[in-house]
Design a binder for this molecule. Structure first.
Ligand code: CDP
Ligand code: MG
Length: 708
């Protein structure tokens, strides 16, 4: 097919989208006011078309059009699609930027990016002087960064659209949402106008299943069930594509393998109801998938072939797969939640909300009537599924965003305009952590260290460890580790038992190479060995390491190094000296970032965390320290996995004396102090009282034998 013919096709396609009829009015609406809420059914063309309309209308004369997405994959695939539709090369006029991957250039005028990226840009340029329009997309998802952006843009631009000397023209802010809560959004943005794109939707019949009931919230039987259901739909329903909602990458890959295996044995002469159906094309769809594979999702399947996309929640609103007639809903989602038992954020599988289930079902009714098969019972719906999804801001750690706000000069972080306020204790928890990491002082002001920390797109603890290593002249030890912990899991765990044994053996060899007792050091060894190998991808294959993950770790490390170099040139990073073994200095650096994650052996294989929660934890079987008992009394860990037990992962043995002076900081501040600091209500007199008062240093009680 020639290029122009393809363009015609795409052009016609986009003219059939519901948004097309409203093009002139929409452009006018954006021109008329500073803030505008645009709402319309998922798939109506908001994300891909509106930026093109505004580009056509000349908005780019004054600056870029920036569109934020809560999800990385969405930012990439949509930018690709729009570049194609506009016939530009991706990365030139149309580009995208996500954390650690910038695909834009000097020429970029339509820029898709994650909400986190725009937040970083505001830090460097609060007036957003490079933009003529900023579009916050997928606001109904209520991601933490989008919520913060909403508050910030309201604060900066609602009284003065020009808002800064660096701007020569007023900024336009468009907020896009799939139907929900538009009145609330408009009220929040000084009663701004709401533009509704009327949608066409067709009825979707929903049926409940019998496989998952209220007692099954912790089992993973839903994987098998969705596979069975997909197979049943494939064989007994008329032609039309299937969209399966599952939880995450590994579950999706397992389901695809299972489905493939079972679909192989179908005899299309006898087994299928609709004789026009001659095959099944199984496609996974999740966040960290290679982009060329993602593109396949949007291609129509060959004639006679039924497409079955097995996706995470990303297919609920961020991406629209055309041709879907059947939905299979597992009823679960993988979500980052703050776990107050452990005092940190944990990725867990939880039942979806009822509104989420309705959104999932709706994906079957875009072009004709559809069907939604829920594998869970009516009782599960009634007893286990909440009405609405709780916004991320009310369920995850606020440490990084509070530091960003403080660096932007927003000191009263309690009375910041939140669309939905987080609980005060979450804000105080974040302030406490920032104080513990020395990112803010007792008065709540950002310290020099805090100003350095905010520059890194990493967890504050990890940043602090990197900065400590820089001071001690050993950043080469810590940068790779920080990079490795910022990408998806790098160790391959094959499903087949024999292969699994082989992989584990290889991984044990890698661990042994780094001393065999420190998972952080193993990460460093893997990084260094792979990078110095002549054929790194081969090396990964031999050692059962995900090459793609490692490749991103290598690129992340370079970027972190660049940030650090820039800071070293412009700012003062103190220098320190240390005489000692390399492995000790490495672990000491880790301690400065992970002293909030210290655990000490309690009895047998049980460890007890030292952060005041006193949780009982076990070392995860994937750790090289899993079987070691002798001499292992104090450890630090990267994260916690909660299943029937609480497991700590990526573990490193330490000495008590290395954290002795840091641990008291975990108990130093009291909530009353923080609450007044957060509100900016502390009088100088009070402050002096606190400053002079001896901080309540509750040292953990430690016996002599344990100090090693
Ligand atoms: O943002 P909204 O949900 O309103 O719609 P959209 O994402 O702009 O999608 C409009 C159309 O573009 C849908 O039919 C999508 O399937 C299609 N699309 C595509 O084919 N490839 C992409 N990478 C993104 C969207
Ligand atoms: Mg969209």
């Amino acid at each position: 097919m020639s290029k122009s013919a393809r363009w015609d096709l795409k052009d016609n396609e986009s003219k059939h989208l519901p948004i097309y009829q409203h093009k002139p009015k929409l452009i006018q609406a954006v021109k008329n006011s500073t803030f505008l809420v645009v709402t319309g059914e998922t798939g109506s063309g908001k994300t891909t078309q509106l930026p093109q309309y505004l580009h056509e209308a000349g908005f780019c004369k004054n600056g870029k059009i920036g569109i934020t997405q809560p999800r990385r994959v969405a930012a990439i695939t949509v930018a690709q699609r729009v570049a194609e539709e506009m016939q530009y090369t991706l990365g030139r006029e149309v580009g995208y930027q996500i954390r650690f991957d910038d695909c834009t250039s000097q020429d970029t005028v339509v820029k898709y990016m994650t909400d986190g990226c725009l937040l970083r840009e505001i830090l460097a340029d609060p007036g957003l002087s490079q933009y003529s329009v900023v579009i916050l997309d997928e606001v109904h998802e209520r991601s933490l960064n989008t919520d913060i952006l909403l508050g910030l843009l309201k604060k900066i631009f609602s009284n003065s659209p020009k808002a800064s000397k660096s701007r020569s023209f007023p900024l336009k802010v468009v907020v896009m949402s799939a139907t929900l809560e538009t009145d609330k959004l408009s009220a929040f943005l000084s009663n701004c106008p709401v533009f509704t794109i009327p949608g066409r939707t067709f009825p979707v019949t929903c049926t409940f299943g019998s496989a998952v009931g209220p007692k099954d919230t912790e089992s993973t039987s839903y994987i098998k069930e969705v596979v069975n259901m997909a197979l049943a739909v494939h064989t007994s329903e008329m032609a039309g594509d299937i969209l399966v909602f599952l939880t995450g990458q590994s579950e999706i890959e397992r389901a695809c393998d299972l489905l493939f295996e079972k679909a192989e044995s179908i005899d299309y002469r006898y087994d299928v109801q609709d004789q026009t159906v001659e095959g099944l094309l199984i496609l996974p769809l999740y966040g960290s998938m290679p982009t060329d594979q993602q593109r396949q999702i949007f291609q129509p399947p060959p004639p006679g072939i039924r497409k079955c996309v097995v996706a995470t929640n990303i297919a609920a609103t961020s991406l629209t797969v055309n041709g879907v007639k059947y939905i299979i809903d597992s009823g679960f989602v993988k979500q980052l939640n703050h776990n107050s038992r452990v005092g940190m954020d944990i990725l867990e599988v939880v039942p979806i909300s009822k509104s989420e289930a309705q959104q999932r079902a709706g994906r079957a009714g875009r072009t004709s009537a559809g069907k939604c098969f829920r594998i869970y019972t009516k009782e599960f719906w009634e007893k286990c599924m909440p009405e609405y999804t709780v916004p991320e801001i009310q369920r995850t750690s606020l440490t990084a965003v509070i530091l960003t706000l403080k660096c932007l000069g927003v000191h009263d972080v309690i009375r910041f305009p939140y669309l939905d306020s987080p609980e005060e204790r979450f804000i105080l928890e974040a302030l406490k952590q920032l104080y513990q990491f020395d990112a803010i002082d007792r008065r709540g002001n950002v310290t020099q260290l805090g100003e350095l920390m905010v520059e890194f797109p990493l967890h504050p603890g990890l940043t602090r460890a990197v900065l400590k290593a820089t001071s001690l002249g050993c950043k080469d030890l810590l940068l790779p580790v920080a990079a490795m912990l910022s990408v998806e899991n790098i160790f391959i765990r094959p499903g087949h038992p024999d292969k699994q044994k082989e992989a584990e053996k290889k991984h044990r060899v890698l661990a042994a190479k780094s001393g065999g007792t420190n998972d952080f050091a193993t990460l460093l060894t893997v990084f260094q060995s792979c990078k110095s190998s002549d054929r790194p991808s081969e090396w990964c294959k031999e050692n059962w390491i995900h090459w793609r993950a490692l490749k991103s770790a290598i690129s992340v490390e370079t970027q972190l190094r660049d940030i650090l170099l820039r800071l070293q040139q412009n700012r003062d990073i103190p220098k320190e000296t240390f005489d000692g073994k390399k492995s000790e200095v490495f672990r000491r650096c880790l301690c400065t970032g992970y002293f909030t994650n210290v655990a000490r052996r309690s009895v047998g294989k049980v460890f007890c965390t030292m952060d005041g929660h006193g949780s009982m934890v076990h070392i995860h079987p994937s750790s090289s320290l899993f079987d070691q008992e002798a001499g292992l009394n104090w450890v630090i860990f990267h994260d916690v996995l909660v299943t029937s037990r609480m497991y700590i992962r990526t573990v490193c043995p330490i000495r008590y004396e290395w954290v002795k002076d840091l641990l008291p900081k975990l108990h130093e501040v009291d909530v009353y102090e923080l609450s007044s600091v957060a509100r900016q209500e502390v009088t100088d007199e009070e402050m002096t009282k606190w400053d002079t008062r001896e901080a309540a240093k509750r040292q953990p009680e430690v016996s002599k034998e344990e100090i090693m």
